[in-house]
Structures are given as C-alpha cells and as structure tokens.
Ligand binder design. Structure first.
Ligand code: ADP
Ligand code: MG
Ligand code: MG
Length: 250
C-alpha cells in the first residue's frame, strides 16, 4: 500500500525528515509516536502533498504509483486522505455540499457517475448515526463554530463517506473528552476491513487502547528510532521517549 524509502524532507531548507523507511501493507494500522517537533506532522503533510515541504531524497510508492509525482488532488483521488490536526474552517460552505462534492470527485476518478441524491442521503444518514451526529450538522458551514470534538467527528465522518485506501490521521485524540474519543475511535475502527490502511500520529498511548495498531513507530528528530507492536506504546508510557530510545536500537 505504502512504501517509504530513505525519505528526507526540508522546510525552508531546514532538514526535518532525515531518512524515513516505512512500509504499510493493505489493512494495516500503523501509529507514529514521538516527542514534540520530531517531524510527525511533517511526515503526514509530505504524504498528503501539502505545500511548503521539499522532498530532497528518497521515494514513496502508494498503491504501486510514485506518490511524489502526484499533486494533492491526484493523491486524494487515488485514495489517500488526510484528516487535519487543526481542521480548517470553510465559511459559507455547507458540510453536505463538501461531502457530496468530495464523494463525486472520488466516484468520477473510479469511472462512476454522480451519486443520486436519495442514495447519498441514505449513506450520509447511516454514517451520521455511526458517529452519533445530528443531521442538522449537514446544514452548517464546514467546521464553523464547531467544538473540538465536533471537528474530529466531522473528519472521521468524511473518512467513512469517502472510504480512502490510506487514511492519515494526525492527533485525532487531541482535545477530545472520553465519550468523543470512544465515538471517534469506533469510527476509525469501522474503517478497518482488512484492505484499508491507516497511518495515525498520536502523542498519547490512550488512543491506542481504543485503536490497536499493528505497528508502532517512534519518531525522534526526523528518524524512526524504534518500531514494535502495540506493546511498545505501553512501554513508552512508562519510560518516556528517552527511556525507549536509550534502551532500544537506534
Ligand atoms: P511534530 O508533529 O512531531 O510535533 P512537526 O512535524 O510539526 O513535529 O515539526 C517538526 C519540525 O519542523 C519542528 O522543529 C518545527 O518547528 C518545524 N516546522 C514545522 N512546520 C514548520 C513551518 N511551517 N515552518 C518552519 N518550521 C516548521
Ligand atoms: Mg507539533
Ligand atoms: Mg504534529
């Protein structure tokens, strides 16, 4: 699904990623943990193709295609979708229009026609119920006046509607209370179907009690210094990043 080799990236000529190797197979969930400023968000931004990052070395294959040759829209159409650490507000654009436009763009890329309105409404109502969201939410402008928890639910709702092949989730747990965390985690878990892959960035082990990853990677200063199964996250919780880095392979 995703094969990252020796990835180096800079922001304003400052090296941030310093040789990342990471392979995610179909159906796998990988968690990236690490201290503030390690480059976790930079990695997801580079994958999503956001502006302001320069890849200076290395390669990324996504579903057999050269990801670095694709622009942001091409990546999204190919099935790579990013949720935002701080989801953007789009004043005046109703949620329902954005969701429908995004879904139709995806369908077009797959050679399907526009989704008929009744079918879309049926789909969206099912997904809203899954995320325990009220349908009045559809008529509100994207993220405008949303609480932190509502923004996160909205992100996962998008994922449930668009069903990406690879979902990038950056700190979906920040600012969530326990109930919202559970709903959001269940939403993410319902994306797991043995085919879809998820790369999620998190500071806290708590999220990984709800979404149990296949692999955990510790990113420090632009490099993955340790990888392991989900028990690595628990170990990190006890020892902190320094303990794991010192005790483990570098
Ligand atoms: P993390 O998500 O692991 O906390 P980031 O990827 O956000 O880390 O940041 C990695 C490094 O890149 C930090 O040193 C940060 O200051 C720097 N950085 C991130 N975004 C920018 C930017 N837009 N301009 C300059 N430096 C940035
Ligand atoms: Mg940060
Ligand atoms: Mg970050």
């Amino acid at each position: 699904m995703l094969e990252i080799k020796n990835l180096h990236a800079t922001i304003d000529d400052k090296p941030i990623l310093k040789g990342i190797d990471l392979t995610i197979r179909p159906g796998e969930v990988h968690a990236i943990m690490g201290p503030n400023g390690a480059g976790k968000s930079t990695l997801s931004s580079v994958l999503a193709g956001k502006d302001g990052y320069e890849v200076t070395e290395g390669s990324i294959l996504f579903d057999g295609q050269d990801l670095l040759e694709m622009d942001v829209e091409e990546r999204a159409r190919a099935g790579l979708l990013m949720g935002f650490q701080y989801p953007v507000e789009i004043p005046g654009v109703k949620n329902i229009y954005l969701l429908r436009a995004a879904l139709n763009a995806k369908r077009e890329a797959e050679g399907l026609g526009e989704i008929p309105a009744p079918e879309f409404m049926k789909l969206i109502r099912a997904k809203l119920a899954e995320m325990k969201m009220d349908s009045s939410f559809l008529q509100r402008a994207v993220n405008e006046g949303f609480s932190g928890g509502e923004k996160k639910r909205n992100e996962i709702l998008q994922m449930l509607v668009l069903e990406p092949k690879l979902a990038l989730l950056d700190e979906i747990d920040s600012g969530l209370d326990i109930d919202a965390l559970r709903v959001v985690s269940e939403g993410v878990n319902s994306l797991r179907d043995g085919q879809r892959s998820i790369l999620m960035v998190t500071h806290y082990q708590r999220l990984l009690d709800y979404i149990v990853p296949d692999q955990v990677h510790v990113l420090v200063d632009g490099r993955i210094v340790k990888s392991g199964d989900h028990t690595l996250a628990q170990q990190l919780e006890k020892t902190g990043y320094e303990g794991v880095v010192e005790g483990g392979q570098a």
